[in-house]
Write a protein that binds this ligand. Sequence first.
Ligand SMILES: Nc1nc2c(ncn2[C@@H]2O[C@H](COP(=O)(O)OP(=O)(O)OP(=O)(O)O)[C@@H](O)[C@H]2O)c(=O)[nH]1
Ligand SMILES: [Mg+2]
Length: 1146
Amino acid sequence: MGHKGLDKIIALQKNPANIRNLCILAHVDHGKTTLADCLVASNGIISSRLAGKLRYLDSREDEQLRGITMKSSAISLHYAFGEKEYLLNLIDSPGHVDFSSEVSTAVRLCDGAIVIVDAVEGVCPQTQAVLRQAWLENIRPVLVLNKMDRLISELKLTSLEAFTHLQKILEQVNAVTGALFTSKVLEERAEKEEQKEKKEQKERDSSGSQAGESQAAETPGADQVYDWSAGLEETDDSHLYFSPDQGNVVFASAIDGWGFSIQQFARIYSQKMGIREEVLCKTLWGDFFLNAKAKKIMKGAQAKGKKPLFVQLVLDNIWTLYDAVVTRRDKEKVEKMMTSLGVKVMARDSRHSDPKVLLSAICSQWLPISQAVLSMVCEKLPSPLDISTERIERLMSVGARRFDSLPERTQELKNAFVQCSREAEAPVIVFVSKMFAVDAKSLPQNKQRPLTHEELAERREQARQRHADRMAANQQAQSSAGPAHHVVSLPAGGEGDPIQMESLAAVKEPEVEEVAKDTFVAFARVYSGVVRRGQRVFILGPKYDPAQGLNMLPEGCMASDSVPEVPHLTCCTLDSLYLLMGRELEELDEVPSGNVLGIGGLEDFVLKSATISTSPACPPFIPLNFEATPIVRVAIEPKHPSEMPKLVRGMRLLNQADPCAEVLIQETGEHVLVTAGEVHLQRCLDDLRQRFAKIEITASKPIIPFRETVVRPPKLDMVNEELGRQHKTAIIHQVKEEAPQSRFSDTLHVDPGGLVTITTPNRLATVGVCALPLPAEVTCLLEASSELVRTLEQVNMSLREGRSLTVSPRTLEDIAHLKARLAALLQGHKWKNAVEHIWAFGPRRYGPNILLNSVEGYQRPSVWQCLDPAEKGAEPCAAALRDLDNSIVSGFQLATLSGPMCEEPLMGVCFSVERWDLQQTRARPEPPSRAAAPDSEAGEAVPEDGGAGLEAAAAATPEEEAGPGQVTRHWAGAGSAGCYGPVSGQLIAVMKEACRHAFQARPQRLMAAMYTCEIMATAEVLGRVYGVLGKREGRVLHEEMKEGTDMFLISAVLPVAESFGFADEIRKRTSGLASPQLVFSHWEVIASDPYWVPTTEEEYLHFGEKADSANQALKYMNAVRRRKGLYVEEKTVEHAEKQRTLGKNK
Ligand SMILES: Nc1nc2c(ncn2[C@@H]2O[C@H](COP(=O)(O)OP(=O)(O)OP(=O)(O)O)[C@@H](O)[C@H]2O)c(=O)[nH]1
Ligand SMILES: [Mg+2]
């Protein structure tokens, strides 16, 4: 990039009104990068001939090879529109689901988005996903209907058919937006209604107390009829929808380089036909036609069988052009059209054998796509100054907190945000959405820059000098036979040895560094203030609390002072600032607010994303919302074990460079990489090999996650015969057989109902637990609300510790809603009052399993206590907790984390504690607060001797009144632990064992992770697609024909375990015509019982004694067990025969 261009961009950065930060979003392959190419070409960065072929923003080798984008990358462009000059910070994003996290990082930094939809394929799953993401981040979209040329050359539609087709696509897109909008309006309305009600209630209360009962009858709204309008009618939503007459839709063919909005045509025809431009703008799209006789534009083209204006004035021209240039190659006609359009093309273009070359030469002059798209962007997308307060408040209120509960100084920052202030004293606020790796060599400071005249002159002089010296030395060497070659090889100009050494070192050093380092650049945006190179700033981690920070830091503390330690807050210097120019970076000295930029030197401070500010009052921004769930795991090893440290370092770097990949070390010591899908996995492995670790590595086969669950006893056997009681007893029999191996064998008792009771080794505590399958809907609900349950758990934790947390009413409402839905789903005699008795969720305190308190007479505070304000204000709830309550919860957490089948987490299981007895030994109680401490380690909950015991005795007094049922509450001190270790630890182990046995007493099943996929395929290859799906245990959900095309859209589900190589296989079998995208959708119970053995007579008859037909569940289970090094029961040799040599004995 030349100096001129850079200077221009720097100047433009200072005027936020003319800045547009935007990203390009779409389904995979709808043409984002191709469009970006056209826009980049308009700035002269690449040649317009190469636009669409180069895919400039796909700078990685594998991106070019595979033809898909994998990383989002940014480029700054300038555009002169009318009198004004604009700066466009454009971000191209990937469309493949595996990389949807990259979309989230892009969307966060933008104010607007270009959504591209393929004119043939229409709305696809990722189109919906990106529209939703844009909506969630509150950024405004404009639409580009791309690949219009396919309507002509592939689908061979007439212009009128194409018009109907386009209308339909537009409807589809608007339906998605409409659905998002409706849900928001309804939500807001409900909120408003509630607030109103509360206000009314308050007024009623106060007026009631003042004026007595006489006014009670006149309460406002008493005679109000229920208003069912839901507020949708009043809310103006017209600006939300895409409509060509609004100017937010462009029709384009990025590959042929043309695009237009109807405004462009309105301008052309208003001059030609003398109709006002505004009238044309309103009528060009829609059911209008031109009445030539009356010289009027009239409505009802369809009813009267007339050509709509759009077809007549717009599409027909394009169709004719394609027909003349591509289909008929009619030279004369083309010439004529070119003169009438005022277009001139170069001779080599018109002579080219490929008619497409001529076509794009004509089109890109007639209707240049960059102009159509960029003017729409400048006109319709908001500038950084238009950022809405709603969006700011959302960005700043983390977790369950309300914006107005934040400290005052934090709330004041909102103004700086809204104004996008650039004053010197304005606080700097920057958000880093991802870190990306850059080769240190390509950083501008390490690159060779062109030399100035003076430098050139100096170099020339030096070279001359060197040459002269060398000549002189040669002469000397010839005259005297000394070791002159030493001198010759050294650079000239160095007289003494020390200087020579120094200069050598100076030459060498940067080289060493270059090899060693792959630096990271932060992908960021300035929201307020001016960022300068060398500035000191605070880095705020996601858990930073501004209230705490302001308390701990001295007033007016700056990042430059020696800052006292505050959790999740660090200080650092901004080393270098970059302008992001696709493959290139340009160094900058300062960047004012409203711009996207790159920041160097943050790799030691920022892992993946962060908020940066000069003010400690700034809250961390809410985390990015990722649509993809990382689900594919592989274990990784270096090929040569000695290279382990390199691998560890490489994995750390990879973790930092990828927003979605997770890197962890499992308990087994394996290094595990978790990715969003197969393509993502491949990219991560390539990155590790070539970039971050630079060693050879071996990756295991993907580790497929499973879940374990219990089901109701089946009513039919494997041959569909009614089962009697014998099957049930068989299962229990099996458990009993296994039981003696267990550690607690002597105290374990399993009753026929499935209730398992175990006593601790010191015989002091006994628990009785039984397992029940949760209804599927409940499991789904818990799975979907895991974030909410986690919040609930945090609130409970702080309540238990006596702290209070300001929870937003929205969250409370969500919790209440969750509770109500759980209550509605847990119906029936078995679940009577179950919701009130929920003890905990697990594993990890928010998983989809429930621990139920069915201990008679044991009343503990409910998990829903935050909903009941009366309880909140009361005594700290710890007082009502029984000692060792937490041990039971910990035991449950451990049991649900790894089940007995193959040590995978449980799902959809309810453990009901029916019995919990503690023997009374000594009247010295344990401090209840300690017992209740969350996540206490086994040893921690044991009371110490001495003072603590006395204190606890006092604290425990109110507890004794807590419930009449708590008979055996007092608990022995450490003394009684004896040889068995701390009591709390024993109880955890016993509880865990009890859960495992209770689980085994029920029919157990494995659950498999399922992908959904949508496959678009033509009729010819449909059969083969079905074949592949069937082979891989996939299930087709539905199949429909995509309107206006010959494509079928198939939705199917497929187990993750069978999905590896699926996309490739489909592509191969259908010669690349169908390419599916797999998205994780849900967990599904595998119907077959892994422990199944024939029990009934019919089963024996049908399957034989060995029943060796394939059992899918058993296969999966054994594979997992083998991987984990667990015992696998298998017969390796069957029917062994003694070997003998047959030939000789005969
Ligand atoms: N016929 C036709 N093909 C197009 C058009 N625009 C793009 N393509 C082709 O569509 C394919 C995908 O284009 P890309 O620009 O890489 O698509 P993308 O949206 O960036 O894809 P991802 O980044 O992988 O999501 C390429 O083969 C392009 O040549 C168009 O207007 N017409
Ligand atoms: Mg792309």
